[in-house]
Write a protein that binds this ligand. Structure first.
Ligand SMILES: Nc1ncnc2c1ncn2[C@@H]1O[C@H](COP(=O)(O)OP(=O)(O)OP(=O)(O)O)[C@@H](O)[C@H]1O
Length: 278
């Protein structure tokens, strides 16, 4: 089957001269949940921007849902890839939240009825329905970020790319975003998130791709990647808090999620600690 994303030998140099990507190879299958991590300037956003054709390879190829981005218009790629910008101000443009969220599906040729249904569902999932008729300008940065997410969810694309979705969000909103990622996954959508939030990374993603200096330096499950101190050092990231707690307790097995921690605790206490989520 054609992969959702296939990147081969990708090099990208900005017009100013910075070579931000230095030979990236990455294959992501349909339905995968992938977190892309790494220090500032590692090339994460530059790579993600290739997926919806905002930027085109200097060398190498990027194929999304079977379409080579080199010859494809951004409008064509928009049907396959929804991209939530790191900064919502780069994305939101309409006079009301509802108009912004409805723009994408309408632009993709959905009927008025379908557009309204998709927009309503996306606004409910991101908890922005209460201010659907407000001007996005009057919302807080965290709320605007959720509007940007709603606008992409409403497009119902097979691939969704989230650039730093949890930044600036409170605990409740982060949990909501975790739920959205789980729902997208259950619906078969491929989810790719760039994140500096290692707790979110470990809780919501099955695969972690670590980048440094324009290359992929580690690729595996959260447990595999967080067990590689040299690569983590190079990527300047620390394992999730729960992993560090488990390490402090001297547990040899790699724990990356709260549920995993509770399971391990329960096993060690002979089943007395209860089951996760109860
Ligand atoms: N518009 C641009 N023009 C020139 N160079 C750029 C531009 N945007 C990014 N760069 C450079 O490209 C490299 C990769 O940047 P990029 O934003 O992709 O990294 P990142 O891993 O997403 O970082 P962050 O975590 O800070 O978002 C950096 O050296 C950065 O300075």
């Amino acid at each position: 089957m054609t992969p959702a994303v296939h990147i081969e030998g990708l090099v990208y140099a900005y017009p100013g001269g910075v070579t931000a990507l230095n030979g990236v190879d990455l294959r992501i299958e349909h339905g995968e949940r992938v977190a892309v991590i790494g220090r500032n300037g590692a090339g994460k956003t530059t790579m993600a921007r290739q997926l919806n054709g905002i930027a085109k390879p200097t060398a190498g190829t990027v194929t999304v849902c079977g379409t080579d981005t080199a010859g494809a218009t951004t409008a064509r790629l928009a049907a396959s890839v929804g991209y939530v910008f790191q900064n919502p101000s780069d994305q939101i443009f309409a006079k009301t939240v509802r108009a912004d969220v409805e723009f994408g599906p309408r632009n993709l040729g959905r009927s008025a009825e379908e557009t309204a249904r998709l927009a309503e569902a996306a606004m409910a999932a991101t908890d922005v329905l209460d201010f659907a008729d407000h001007h996005p300008y009057h919302l807080s940065p965290a709320e605007r970020k959720r509007v940007a997410l709603a606008s992409v969810l409403a497009m119902d694309t097979p691939v969704v790319v989230l650039d730093e979705p949890t930044t600036g969000q409170d605990h409740r909103s982060v949990r909501r975003i975790e739920r959205i990622v789980a729902d997208l996954h259950a619906a078969g959508t491929t989810v790719i998130a760039i994140t500096h939030d290692m707790d979110f990374c470990a809780e919501s993603f099955d695969r972690v791709v670590a980048m440094a200096q324009g290359r992929v330096i580690a690729d595996g499950t959260p447990a595999e990647v967080f067990a590689r101190p040299e690569e983590l050092e190079l990527a300047r990231v620390e394992p999730p808090q729960i992993s560090r707690l488990a390490a402090e307790l001297g547990w040899a097995d790699q724990v990356t999620t709260v549920d995993g921690f509770v399971e391990e605790l329960s096993r060690r206490a002979g089943g007395e600690a209860g089951t996760p989520g109860t």
